[in-house]
Design a binder for this molecule. Sequence first.
Ligand SMILES: [Zn+2]
Length: 75
Amino acid sequence: MTTPTTSGQRPRTCRACGKKYEYPVKGSDATRHHCADCAGLDEDARKIFERLNNRVTQLENQLRRLQEKSAPPQA
Ligand SMILES: [Zn+2]
């Protein structure tokens, strides 16, 4: 899943904590997929964060679907 980009810098979402960050930023430890905070984490710990973040994202999506079902947007 790659999106072609014309400019190098654009907001990214950290895979581990879900934080929005800019990349690349001079002097920042952030990587393509992780913000500066998480880039400094131990790799094993970061994998756990990524797993938890995936679950949170899934739960948020489920919650949104449930909310839409119980309270449909008024026309
Ligand atoms: Zn992060």
